[in-house]
Design a protein around this ligand. Structure first.
Ligand SMILES: Nc1ncnc2c1ncn2[C@@H]1O[C@H](COP(=O)(O)OP(=O)(O)OP(=O)(O)O)[C@@H](O)[C@H]1O
Length: 313
């Protein structure tokens, strides 16, 4: 497997505080890698180390095999980035903004039209950025990251602040980027739905440590199936469920976590019988599909941290 991004023992301390610890990230070429974690987990610090904007305290980061600390400019040539602060000039047009970067990078003239085409913004290129929606600004920021066709794109929360339509558009756009441009995409997010619908690979970071990583399909297949249980006496049902060897997830309601490999239908039938025999009325037993959220909740419980936000939309 060719790796577009690889980190070994990557660690960053701020004073006595460790923001990122011993990170071993592996992003295969042409993946869309969703880098997921709650606020303050260390995502931005990691991205900044990958971009050579801050130095690691220990360990190293490789972009397309180039050590970022040893050859910062060489590594930078392989990467296009979208960070939170765009630095777009609001009083210039979209095209003029791109032209500034194109000239700085000494790229051929046609490059601006090429990236405008990729983000489908040619019809709006002549308008001032001050008249753009947030979604259009994000796209223009991505167009700028695409200038020079770098093999790796690093995008920090690319759907931040977008409306539901904008989020859906951006997801489709990002998921299709590797096929359209051959690039590898690393995107950070605290939104599970976004990552589940966009990414081919996922890494979850908690308190500076990578808790899980791998192809999304493998990770969700590994997630234990679940059952949501609605009864008239949850307080009596709870110990009964635990006595049958199942776990209960934190939160409102009775969210039963089965064991990996458990048959959901057999577990539901057995649980239903036990509850009814105990005189508890069962209103509903709803299987929960294996999803990134199931896995995330499990890892979050193990790390005793709040779950990431579900999308409001
Ligand atoms: N320059 C800095 N000085 C001191 N502490 C810092 C600095 N930058 C980040 N930190 C700390 O490192 C930890 C990780 O922060 P980081 O911004 O990487 O998290 P994050 O996962 O990107 O969170 P968010 O989603 O909120 O941006 C936090 O505890 C943060 O306070």
């Amino acid at each position: 497997m060719t790796l577009a991004i690889e980190t070994c023992g990557l660690t960053r301390r701020f004073g006595g505080r460790t923001a990122v610890q011993d990170l071993a990230m592996q992003v295969p070429a042409q993946a869309v890698y969703g880098f997921l974690g709650p606020n303050g987990a260390g995502k931005t610090t990691t991205l900044k180390m990958l971009l050579g904007l801050i130095r690691p305290s220990e360990g190293r980061a490789l972009i397309e095999g180039i050590d970022v600390a040893a050859d910062r400019m060489g590594a930078a040539r392989k990467v296009g980035a979208l960070l939170e602060a765009h630095g777009l000039h609001a009083n210039l047009t979209g095209r003029e903004n791109l032209e500034i970067t194109r000239r700085l990078l000494a790229l051929p003239r046609g490059e601006t039209d090429r990236v405008l085409e990729v983000v489908e913004m040619r019809p709006d290129a002549h308008r001032r950025v001050s008249d753009y929606s947030l979604g259009m600004r994000q796209r223009l920021g991505i167009a700028r990251a695409l200038l020079g066709a770098p093999p790796v794109l690093i995008l920090d929360e690319p759907t931040n602040g977008l409306d539901p339509d904008g989020i859906a558009d951006m997801r489709g756009f990002l998921a299709g980027l590797p096929a359209r441009t051959g690039a590898t995409v690393l995107l950070s997010s605290h939104l599970l739905n976004e990552v589940e619908q966009t990414a081919s690979h996922v890494g979850v970071i908690f308190a500076g440590r990578l808790a899980v990583q791998g192809p999304l399909a493998d990770l969700t297949a590994r997630a234990a199936p679940g059952l949501d249980v609605e009864v008239d006496q949850p307080d009596r049902a709870r110990p009964l469920i635990l006595a049958r060897g199942f776990d209960l997830a934190e939160g409102d309601g009775l969210s039963v976590r089965l064991r990996p490999g458990d048959d959901v239908r057999a577990a539901a039938a057995g649980l239903n019988r036990a509850l009814v025999e105990a005189g508890i009325a069962v209103f509903a037993l709803t299987p929960r599909r294996r999803s990134l959220e199931t896995l995330y909740r499990h890892v979050a419980d193990q790390n005793r941290l709040p779950t990431a936000h579900k999308e409001a939309a």
